[in-house]
Structures are given as structure tokens and as C-alpha cells.
Design a protein around this ligand. Structure first.
Ligand code: OAD
Length: 266
């Protein structure tokens, strides 16, 4: 760990120490160390034989706009639901990592000090909640919850592969994952919660996201325009780096526990 990273962690800890209301946006990078390859992967054993070849090709040259759309589902519900079921089971098998745990701890610490942390996540894996984070705002929905295409009623399927693809809803339609696909609106209540938090926070943190997918990434800029300090945790530069005040370059499972411990110690 470099001296300059140590220094930046202390600087960020001091900012957090004074914060009353933190808004945090997380992305796929937070779950990387839980083994979730959200945008890449290999074929799933449970897939029907005839889909395995298609699936490996799609993962190899993964482009989220190819499969994560209502059009793709309408055209090939079997393939799209298979792909999401593979991802669903991967999320259920994964465990929260030290980054998820540190975020829940930070939320708890801030609450004990009379403050708050509103956690906005683009992740659909449920790992923040499993690490103990509360009131998580799921901007892109949840992969563990599926929805009837006819009635919009949601269900939480059993933690085992669907017997048949595409899965049928007991309410008459097909079952699709309750996630936001490209071209679809984010859930209204999530937008309201994220807008409120980014407009009222006194610190904004962006963790493990490339910050290029909107509207989610836009909340960073909403806070920045208000003059709020922005802290980024990411091994690489991102779409938000130019507006970031403190960049902590590294993996969230390494940096976040150090940051939270440093804040508590101050
Ligand atoms: P991306 O895959 O675009 O970006 C992941 C980010 O995590 C990158 O900036 C990496 O540098 C960083 N990263 C990798 N490993 C990390 C680690 N160990 N610790 C911290 N950061 C790490 O993921 P998102 O920004 O979440 O949307 O992508 C946003 C949206 O694009 C997703 O929610 C999804 C996707 O298309 C939909 O499906 C609607």
C-alpha cells in the first residue's frame, strides 16, 4: 500500500467523519471479489445442451445490449431466461465480500452518530442486503425476483434452476427477471429515493462502477454540481473521475475496510 493511498484514505476518512448524510452509488466492481463476473463468464452446467454453445458464444463476446433488452426476450425468451437463470444462481451461490461488509458497517456507524448512508446500487445480486446493508435502493432491480409478464406480479423462485425455459408464471404469463433492461425505465420509487439522496447528501461516494450508464451515473453529477465532495473507490479511472475529489485507487474489498476503520478511529 503506497504512502499516497494511505494519505488519501485518511483524507477520505476525515471527510466521512464530519458527514451527516452520505449517498453512495455502487456497481459491479463491488461484487467482483465475490466471484461474480457480471458481464463475462462461462457456460452453466444446468443449461439445456442445445443452448450451451449459444451461451458460451454470447458470454465470450458479451454485450449487455444484446441480451438485456425487451426485444431480445421477445425474440428468444428461452435463451434470455436461461442466461438470467445462470446469473441468478451465480448470485445466490456468491457470498458478500469485505467491501460489502464494510459498507454495511459504515451505514451502521453513521446511523449511530445520528447520520445516514443511502445506498444506491446498480447491482442486481442482493449481496449488499446479505451483508447487512439496510434500505438498499436497487436502481436496476433484482435478479433473485422474477415477474409475470402478464400480471406484473413478482415471485422469488426457488434457489435451483428452473425446470423449463422460458419459465412460466402461475399467473398466466412468462416469468422474466425483475431487472431493468436497456430501453426500460428505472423503478419510479428508486429514482425518487436516488434523486432525494443526491440532492441532500453532504458526501457522495462512487464505488466499483464505471459510471458510464445513465441515469444511475447522473446522480454523481447531481451531487457534484451542489459542491459536495465526491470520493471514488476503483482500481481504474472511470467516467466520473474528472469530477472526483478523492480517488482511492484499489479494490473495494481492500480499501473500504481500511477506510471505515480509519473513520471510526478518528
Ligand atoms: P461495469 O462493469 O461497467 O464497471 C465495473 C467497474 O468496477 C469498473 O470501473 C472496474 O474498474 C471496477 N472494478 C473492477 N474490480 C473492482 C474491485 N475489485 N473493486 C472496485 N472496483 C472494481 O459495471 P457497472 O458500472 O456496475 O446495467 O455497470 C453499470 C450497468 O451497466 C450495470 O448495472 C448493467 C450494465 O449494463 C444493466 O444491466 C441495466
Amino acid at each position: 500500500m503506497s504512502d499516497s493511498l494511505d494519505k488519501s484514505i485518511m483524507q477520505a476518512a476525515a471527510v466521512l467523519r464530519l458527514a451527516k448524510s452520505v449517498c453512495m452509488l455502487t456497481g459491479a466492481g463491488v461484487s467482483a471479489e465475490s466471484g461474480l463476473r457480471t458481464f463475462r463468464g462461462s457456460t452453466a452446467d444446468h443449461l439445456p445442451e442445445h443452448l450451451k454453445k449459444d451461451m458460451s458464444a454470447l458470454w465470450k463476446e458479451f454485450d449487455p445490449t444484446t441480451l438485456a433488452t425487451p426485444e431480445a426476450f421477445a425474440e428468444n425468451p428461452e435463451l434470455v431466461s436461461c442466461w438470467y437463470d445462470w446469473r441468478r444462481l451465480g448470485c445466490l451461490a456468491a457470498e458478500p465480500n469485505d467491501g460489502h461488509i464494510a459498507i454495511a458497517k459504515l451505514q451502521d456507524q453513521l446511523a449511530k452518530r445520528g447520520g445516514s448512508l443511502t445506498l444506491l446500487t446498480q447491482n442486481v445480486d442482493g449481496l449488499h442486503q446479505r451483508a447487512g446493508a439496510k434500505d438498499v435502493v436497487e436502481l436496476h432491480g433484482s435478479i433473485t425476483r422474477w415477474r409475470c409478464t402478464k400480471t406484473q406480479r413478482t415471485v422469488v423462485p426457488e434457489p435451483k434452476p428452473f425446470a423449463k425455459f422460458p419459465p412460466q408464471s402461475e399467473f398466466g404469463g412468462l416469468l422474466r427477471p425483475d431487472v431493468v433492461w436497456f430501453g426500460e425505465q428505472l423503478p419510479q420509487e428508486a429514482i425518487i429515493a436516488a434523486s432525494d439522496a443526491s440532492q441532500t447528501c453532504d458526501v457522495f461516494m462512487t464505488i466499483g462502477t464505471s459510471a458510464v450508464v445513465f441515469p444511475a451515473a447522473g446522480f454523481i453529477h447531481v451531487a457534484k454540481r451542489r459542491g459536495v465532495p465526491v470520493i471514488e473507490v476503483n482500481p481504474d479511472d472511470t467516467g466520473a473521475t474528472k469530477v472526483v475529489d478523492i480517488a482511492l485507487r484499489g479494490r473495494s474489498a481492500d480499501i473500504l475496510p481500511r477506510l471505515v476503520e480509519a473513520m471510526i478511529a478518528l
